[in-house]
Ligand binder design. Structure first.
Ligand code: NI
Length: 195
């Protein structure tokens, strides 16, 4: 998901403006762009939970914040594994950080049509219908199972990021006309060496 300012949906913003300060220097991964086949390939389930996975999750948050996103899935940093990180406060509230490992949507309700974009498809946006409420079952980076419910922007982020883990981009939810238009523009950008 791209920067939160692009969504008109309400997000509770906490009083604190201080992003989490961690003593560990973080690796900032470059974001894979549309056209790379890894983005359209289903990822594999994670079975090994160790310190390395926890480090990777933190590096993914750092990479997502650097790109001013509110969600980042592992294929977007060239790793075809079933993990995504989400923070709809974009770093303002450390408690809003969500790591989803091997997530699955177990309940969805309602419909909201809202504009969304993707860090892997910068500069392009489109209206996508998503459920208003979504409940996800997942594991955290330690392997512990939990369930989490999201509404509006968070529900949208769950759907968008879990789509990524299944090799699906938001373009696939657009009309064929709109999708082809975006793909043609990206092709032109590629020719110009600007993608
Ligand atoms: Ni995305």
């Amino acid at each position: 998901m791209p920067d939160k300012s692009t969504s008109s949906e309400e997000v509770t913003t906490p009083a604190t403006e201080t992003p989490e300060i961690s003593g560990t220097p973080r690796k900032i991964y470059p974001i894979v762009k549309f056209g790379d086949p890894i983005l359209e390939k289903p990822t594999i389930s994670i079975k090994k939970f160790d310190a390395e996975l926890e480090e990777l999750a933190e590096d993914m948050f750092a990479s997502m914040y650097a790109a001013q996103g509110v969600g980042l899935a592992a294929p977007q940093i060239d790793k075809s594994i079933r993990m995504t990180v989400i923070d709809v406060t974009a770093g303002k509230n450390p408690e809003a950080k969500i790591v989803l490992v091997n997530p699955e949507i177990i309940h969805a309700e309602g419909e909201v049509r809202e504009e969304e974009g993707c860090l892997s498809i910068p500069g392009f946006r489109g209206y996508v219908m998503r459920p208003q409420f979504v409940t996800v079952k997942a594991q955290n980076a330690k392997g512990e199972f939990f369930e989490i419910r999201g509404e509006n922007l968070l529900a949208r982020a769950f759907c968008h990021e879990i789509d990524h883990l299944n090799g699906i981009l938001f373009l696939q939810h657009l009309s064929m006309l709109k999708r082809d238009l975006i793909k043609r523009k990206i092709k032109k950008l590629k020719k110009l060496g600007e993608w």
